[in-house]
Design a protein around this ligand. Structure first.
Ligand code: PXG
Length: 456
């Protein structure tokens, strides 16, 4: 722990030199920043000695929880043996090959190849290029357009942010780039109007078919989607949504990219949400939980259908990264998966802890300022409202989320806002007792927020 003088000096250093991602850096300099200094299990600690239950597993990634020495040892061992080598020069490393084989074994049966990247964004850029190459090799070069969804998150590089549907990202850097278009999202609470969730799910799915017909099947390369939207606000689609999307995709010759950067590696109680929703992806984007966030690594799982063309027809795929399949990151990912398997983490999510979390989370729906409590697996969200009979929002729009987040942190819980939706995505290894603590802290936070706005 640092004393006051050290803390002040550190703040000044941070203000002077550190340009932080997705932040108003001017405001950070004025208001100060929280220094996270250590972590263990599901808890993080700041330099002032505060202990916080990490309801976000870092940034949706620390699936196995903090402080696992086995991962430290895997990294140390790999670093002393071979800290780096590339996969370009007709070479590979043992961890990269072993990890590809392990992921292929866990992935849906028709997916057997893995292309490694350093992050989820790079993986979606890889998808962008691999899909276009696929259609070129098939002699269907007119198939260039990617259909995505409004309020999707697919990363922050130029192609990934363009694939994403975040207006506030598109505003900066003149995005999206050409060849990417966005359809409606299945966000019933905010956009469902008078329709039932099931009716709305069908309607949202049908916007895919309308777009295909509008642009022409011969021009569409792929549809990309998260199984449930994560950064968009834990938007779990109505039950009717994915079956209808699948019906539409079956009619047309376009590829399906399922972005499992958040949903992969156990978060739904299956290794991949593609199994949870019974999707048949042509490509799956992975990152985050792959290494439980201990080191950066991502990738694309490639179906036999795509591999048969992109690999099968021969010729270089002129794409890759210095750190594609970095051996230390791959060794850590491999050990992470091995621990998840030997400890039955995914089965426990499915049979024990996600049913418990979801049952307790639904209790929050009784709170006067909660319009909806939803979730699946180990993600969940609540909608903050002024009046739960009309679901009118607290004015001004999106401010209540920030107020609620500040109370949550003061109460010892990392729960974060997406506009006026509060979301969680805790480590998969959270205990029932820790879930109880999370719910109690969330309830206290809701009370504090409601009192702040004179609503109780
Ligand atoms: N796809 C999905 C579905 C994601 O959630 C990415 C791709 C990009 O991954 P990388 O590793 O390049 O960050 C993500 C990342 C948020 C937030 O505010 C979420 C992410 C990243 C940054 C912020 O919830 N998800």
């Amino acid at each position: 722990m640092q004393n006051n003088n050290q803390q002040n000096a550190f703040q000044l250093k941070n203000n002077a030199h550190h340009f932080q991602p997705f932040s108003d850096n001017k405001e950070l300099a004025e208001k100060g920043i929280k220094l996270i200094s250590k972590a263990e299990g599901v808890y993080i600690y700041d330099d002032k000695g505060n202990k916080l239950l990490d309801g976000m597993a870092g940034l949706w990634c620390v699936n196995i929880g903090y402080g696992r020495q086995e991962l430290v040892e895997a990294a140390t061992q790999q670093m002393s043996e071979l800290p780096y080598y590339n996969l370009f020069f007709k070479t590979t490393t043992a961890p990269a090959t072993e990890l590809a084989a392990k992921i292929a074994q866990l992935a849906p049966a028709h997916m057997n190849k893995v292309f490694f990247t350093g992050s989820g964004s790079e993986a979606n850029d890889t998808n962008f290029r691999m899909v276009r190459r696929y259609w070129d090799l098939k002699g269907q070069s007119s198939k260039k357009v990617f259909i995505s969804r409004k309020n999707a998150y697919h990363g922050s590089t130029v192609a990934a942010a363009s694939l994403g549907g975040m207006g506030y990202m598109h505003e900066q850097g003149d995005l999206p780039i050409e060849g990417i278009t966005h359809i409606d999202q299945p966000y019933w609470f905010a956009e469902g109007g008078d329709l039932s969730p099931e009716e709305f799910g069908i309607k949202a799915a049908q916007s895919l078919e309308s777009k295909i017909l509008e642009l022409g099947e011969e021009n569409i390369a792929a549809f990309i989607a998260e199984p449930f939207q994560g950064a968009g606000g834990v938007i779990t689609p109505p039950d009717s949504y994915w079956p209808e999307i699948k019906k539409i995709l079956a009619k047309y010759d376009i590829l399906l990219i399922v972005d499992e950067v958040i949903s992969g590696f156990g978060r739904t109680g299956e290794w991949f949400a593609s199994e949870y929703f019974d999707l048949k992806p042509d490509l799956i984007t992975i990152a985050k939980g792959m290494s439980s966030g201990y080191l950066p690594i991502g990738g694309v799982i490639v179906s036999d259908k795509v591999a048969d063309v992109v690999i099968g027809q021969g010729g270089d795929f002129n794409h890759g990264y210095t750190y594609s399949g970095h051996p230390v990151a791959a060794a850590v990912a491999l050990k992470n998966i091995e621990l998840m398997e030997s400890e039955g983490v995914v089965e426990r999510v499915k049979n024990e802890i996600s049913p418990y979390l979801q049952k307790r989370w639904r209790e929050l729906a009784e709170h006067p300022i909660v319009g909806e409590a939803r979730g699946l697996g180990m993600v969940a969200g609540i909608e903050l409202v002024k009046d739960k009979n009309t679901n009118e929002r607290i004015a001004p729009k999106s401010a209540a989320g920030g107020v609620c987040r500040d109370f949550s942190i003061a109460n010892g819980l990392i729960m974060r806002p997406c506009g006026d939706t509060m979301i969680i995505s805790p480590p998969l290894v959270i205990s029932k007792q820790e879930v109880d603590e999370l719910i109690n802290k969330a309830l206290k936070t809701l009370d504090d927020t409601a009192k702040f706005y004179n609503l109780i």
